[in-house]
Design a protein around this ligand. Sequence first.
Ligand SMILES: Cc1ncc(COP(=O)(O)O)c(C=O)c1O
Length: 377
Amino acid sequence: MLKSIQIADPYFPDNEQEILTRQFREILNGKLSMGKYVEEFENKFASYHQAQFGIAFPSCTSALEAALKVLGVNAGDEILVPVQTFYATGAAVRLAGAKITFVEIEPGTFSIDPIDALSKITPKTKGAIVVHFGGVISPNFPSFVEEMHNRGLFVIEDDAHAHGATIGLRKAGSIGDIGCFSFYPTKIMTTGEGGMAICNNRNIARRLRSIQNRGLDLSAPVESYIELGRNNRFPEISAAMGLSQLRCLDDFLKIRRQVASIYDEIIQTLGIGYSISVKKEGDPSYWRYAVVLNKKIDRERLADDLKNENIMIDWAYFPPLHLQPFFLSDQSTQSGMLPVSEDIMSRHICLPVNSRMSIDDAERVALCLKQHIYKYM
Ligand SMILES: Cc1ncc(COP(=O)(O)O)c(C=O)c1O
């Protein structure tokens, strides 16, 4: 049986496991939460992404919720959100008390469609959350941030897929007002569970730090709380894992980009659709490699055939955000509201990319795709 090629496959190389085992012993006999490992992880992760401040959270969802709160979101406000995203992006908006304005995606990058987004701004709009799907940052993103700032609106980056992704010389998370990352095991780097908010504004960072600690007054001489808040602190063991993954991140990105360039070639040769990409303008992180298939191709059958070859593909995300059962009832959304996104999301696939893959694995995926795809055209 050939090796199974997974959609996600977390990786801690042997030498890193040895370092971590030593560090875990030290942590188990010392400080367990919010100690020197958390501080180092926050600083190094933020500076890797060209940000001055990093504040660790238990998840990306909690980081997004905190970011919305810090940027002044209240009940009744509206937040622009593209529908090609995980449920958590929308849930964070509702947990912060605001309503979601569902926005179309750009077909070439799966990022927010800036024209649709700007046309949906109302007096109640406070800002947008932009998702860099698959770690692809749209070349239109920096100018979208500028347009939003000119209107007095904020932009939060949902960087759950975008560790180390770039556009021009800029890194994910440092372009909008706050960048929120996930360290869930399917992500490019993992701490088991975990998240991080990064930013370049000292006041925003202080508010995020307060919210990390249940609304603690950071300048008070005694422990006192100035707002209602949750426990959003971070364990030392997770931070040590995060530092380990950060040491590996450049290697992880290198193999992911090599896998992607093999997929680029086969997708162009087969003429079965197009891959989302920004080759000339930046370097995606390739959390997944998304391909929009031509209309005639049956992705369910293709997935079954590739599964028989021990190659896993999927289609993150389906249904689109606005068609998740919760939002159908919560915001009375309906199918047909966002025709471009609904069409694209019904016929895209994600080829497997993970940091344990080799060039040979990627070539095997490309070959199997070539062998099977013609059956469905
Ligand atoms: C785009 C996106 N946003 C947010 C999240 C939520 O991340 P977490 O599970 O760390 O809360 C995920 C995780 O799957 C995601 O893919």
